[in-house]
Ligand binder design. Structure first.
Ligand code: ZN
Ligand code: ZN
Length: 117
């Protein structure tokens, strides 16, 4: 489920680019914990890269997150369903969710998303 940043997929590169652009033009927002808490990992949701959240907020938001491919409800209750892809960057953790219909293991990526890689 976790891949090195240098092997980052296109979705992750696009998410990072949008996140950096929003920081540059000051449209970026943070959850209250990142604003007022101590240093902690930043989580970037691929479907909403201009709003950065902490891990607690990311977990809390899971039920409302949408599929990155079709924009519909991802319907993912927990990481156990394997439909979340995660990239660990040096300063942020990038994640995308996809609904069951859109999630297909990519043979080129080697069972991407189910932890086998
Ligand atoms: Zn938070
Ligand atoms: Zn979908």
């Amino acid at each position: 489920m976790t891949v090195p940043l240098r092997k980052a997929a296109k979705w992750q590169q696009e998410t990072r680019a949008r996140m950096l652009a929003s920081q540059a033009d000051k449209s970026c927002t943070w959850c209250v914990h990142l604003l007022h808490g101590g240093p902690r990992p930043v989580v970037v949701h691929a479907e909403h890269p201009t709003h950065l959240v902490c891990r607690v907020c990311s977990i809390a938001a899971r039920a409302q997150r949408t599929c990155l491919d079709c924009g519909g409800p991802a319907g993912s209750e927990s990481p156990a369903d394997g439909r979340e892809d995660v990239c660990m960057g040096p300063v942020a953790i990038y994640t995308r969710l996809r609904c069951a219909a859109c999630h297909r293991p990519d043979p080129l990526a080697g069972a991407f998303g189910n932890g086998a890689s």
